[in-house]
Write a protein that binds this ligand. Structure first.
Ligand SMILES: *[C@@H]1O[C@H](CO)[C@@H](O)[C@H](O)[C@H]1NC(C)=O
Ligand SMILES: *[C@@H]1O[C@H](CO)[C@@H](O)[C@H](O)[C@H]1NC(C)=O
Ligand SMILES: *[C@@H]1O[C@H](CO)[C@@H](O)[C@H](O)[C@H]1NC(C)=O
Ligand SMILES: *[C@@H]1O[C@H](CO)[C@@H](O)[C@H](O)[C@H]1NC(C)=O
Ligand SMILES: *[C@@H]1O[C@H](CO)[C@@H](O)[C@H](O)[C@H]1NC(C)=O
Ligand SMILES: CC(=O)N[C@H]1CO[C@H](CO)[C@@H](O)[C@@H]1O
Length: 538
């Protein structure tokens, strides 16, 4: 027997300049699982860029790379620990020039240096094992779930322009993995290569060769982890989606080689683009990338149903992000919308470029103080469970809505994003009388209809219907109403580190469930309905 639970929200838009009220409905279907993310969907990256990586006369990386990040900075550990378990991916453009200082490596162990004809303008760089130890101690102490991106160009040579050929030489990576295992360092997944797919960014490799190298790497992982309880998964290619190249990679590598297909997203344009803010607030622009998600979903279903989809790196604006955009409140419209959209399209993990470094860091690269998106990530992580529910909205495209089962408890969490600078969206949570309408529209059989009436609005753990029920609201707005503020307000209170450098509490506001929900212009809200019993959230 199917019980349908439907959360029926009536939306009335109240434009500041009084004209007609527009009313619409948002329907959350609590009976159907649209998709499921990984338990640890939110992920952030640590890159390899040295302090002298510059774009547009800015050098926003400072000392934030895997090689020189200050791991003893108290804000860093606190920011990571606040997630309980944060997924981190170590990788980025220079990944395919990293040497591991272990085993028979013949080259001296130098850091990255500027080099005119080097890939991305830098020489090869080297990771000392002492530093690798430090990183792992940090990851272990802060509960990090680690994806490490391996150098996939090692042993290859440039054939012409950006095309690289030859077989991947696994020796240095093998020695590195062997060392990692001998130390007992937990690696969740090994990723192979960075942005070498399709036409590549700095370099590219043909998909059939890449696929053969993946088979080799899978065998190596299998061998090296023979005695281990946990076997890391294999993730690739960590590049931009290219239909033909991605399909070929799955076809040639074959069943069960690749566990996750990772792709990168920079859908806002260059960091210096003066239109960044207007693109972020434009629903049509935000929607464009849905095509990539959708195509990847179909491609995996068709050519490699054993693999899942990951966003391995996504920073919004490329070339280190946009100053006073990526690091300010307005970026959360893009970021949270991305998390919502990616989950709907079966993405298991979404890695934000970066945890720290560039203009798009969740943490400021010099002060290690969280930027607004840090809090958006944390709220998502704490409130949005892994089951994605269907949301139907016939309202304004400026009001974007996503619904998941609540995290770690009963109920449903809604994410509502108001891109409009002039419309206040008022929603009424309808009672069971109005629900009847919704159910009728769903064409449910007579028998189902009776049951659904009883079940549609079933509040968990409530004996008396007179007892007031609450929902929990988290409203995010920019300080002083300025969308490019570096400070985000939660329910009107600035989110700032405490005097001791701790992440502040993320305090909710309790609201009677029958009162209307109001989403102010240019604001974002998470609304938790802890008492809603949705079948899909069982
Ligand atoms: C990680 O930390 C746990 C407890 O904090 C400890 O038991 C374990 O040995 C550590 N593992 C490594 C590889 O450092
Ligand atoms: C998605 O697939 C459609 C149909 O094959 C194609 O027209 C479109 O260009 C693809 N988009 C992307 C981003 O791959
Ligand atoms: C980091 O913080 C410093 C000091 O507050 C500020 O000057 C700088 O603009 C911030 N960087 C970014 C990218 O927000
Ligand atoms: C809203 O945004 C539009 C387009 O950016 C702008 O022209 C208009 O002045 C803004 N209105 C308000 C009330 O801020
Ligand atoms: C419900 O009924 C309408 C009109 O009769 C029809 O167009 C629609 O396809 C039906 N939906 C379902 C899910 O059966
Ligand atoms: C329907 C509505 O309110 N549209 C407005 C949404 O906000 C954008 C910019 O923030 C305006 O340009 C629209 O007119």
């Amino acid at each position: 027997m199917e019980f349908r639970f439907i959360l029926f929200l009536f939306v009335a838009s109240l434009p500041a300049i009084l004209s007609e009220d527009i009313s619409a409905t948002i329907v959350v279907d609590g009976t159907t699982t649209v998709a499921q993310t990984d338990d640890n969907f939110v992920c952030a990256t640590i890159d390899w860029w040295p302090h002298d990586k510059c774009n547009y006369n800015q050098c926003p990386w400072h000392y934030s790379s895997a090689i020189n990040l200050d791991l003893s900075h108290p804000f860093l550990a606190k920011a990571v620990r606040a997630f309980n378990r944060l997924r981190i991916r170590v990788g980025g453009s220079l990944q395919d020039q990293v040497l591991y200082n272990i085993g028979n490596l013949q080259s001296p162990c130098h850091p990255f240096r500027k080099m005119k004809d080097g890939l991305f303008g830098f020489s090869k760089g080297c990771l000392r094992m002492e530093r690798w130890d430090e990183l792992n101690h940090f990851f272990n102490a802060t509960g990090v779930i680690l994806t490490f991106g391996l150098n996939a160009l090692y042993g290859r040579h440039k054939i012409k322009k950006s095309l690289w050929g030859g077989i991947w030489d696994s020796s240095n990576a093998q020695d590195f993995m062997r060392y990692t295992i001998s130390k007992g360092y937990q690696i969740d997944s090994w990723e192979f290569g960075n942005e070498l797919s399709g036409n590549g960014i700095g370099a590219h490799v043909y998909a059939d060769q890449y696929a053969k190298d993946l088979i080799n790497l899978k065998n190596i992982i299998h061998e090296l982890y023979k005695g281990s309880q946990f076997k890391p998964s294999l993730v690739a290619p960590g590049g931009f989606f290219d239909q033909e190249w991605f399909a070929k990679l799955l076809q040639v590598s074959g069943p069960s080689i690749l566990d996750s297909m990772s792709h990168h997203i920079y859908n806002l344009g260059a960091g210096v683009d003066p239109k960044l803010v207007s693109k972020i607030l434009d629903p049509n622009h935000l929607n464009k990338v849905a095509d990539t998600f959708s195509n990847l979903t179909h491609l995996i279903r068709r050519h490699g149903p054993w693999a899942s989809a990951w966003v391995g790196e996504s920073g919004g604006a490329y070339n280190s992000g946009g100053l006073h955009v990526s690091d300010t409140f307005v970026n959360s419209f893009w970021y949270l919308d991305q998390l919502g959209m990616a989950s709907k399209y079966h993405t298991k993990v979404y890695c934000r470029q970066t945890l720290i470094g560039g203009n798009y860091g969740l943490l400021n690269a010099t002060t290690y103080v969280p930027n607004p998106d840090y809090y958006s990530a944390l709220l998502w992580h704490r409130l949005m469970g892994k089951v994605v529910l269907a949301v139907d909205s016939d309202g304004s495209p400026f009001l974007r809505s996503y619904a998941h089962c609540a995290k770690g408890r009963a109920g449903v969490t809604l994410l509502l994003i108001n891109l409009s600078n002039k419309t206040n969206f008022i929603m009424e949570v309808q009672n069971s009388i109005n629900l009847k309408l919704a159910v009728t529209e769903q064409n449910i059989s007579r028998d189902g209809f009776v049951h659904s009436l009883k079940k549609t609005f079933s509040w968990v753990g409530v004996k008396s219907s007179d007892e007031p029920l609450f929902r929990e609201e988290y409203h995010l707005t920019p300080k002083d109403g300025y969308v490019q503020s570096h400070t985000m307000l939660l329910n009107g209170i600035p989110l700032e580190l405490t005097g001791a450098g701790d992440i502040p509490r993320l305090d909710l506001v309790k609201v009677n469930v029958k009162s209307p929900i109001s989403i102010a212009p240019l604001s974002i809200a998470f609304i938790v309905f802890p008492n809603l019993e949705a079948a899909a959230c069982g």
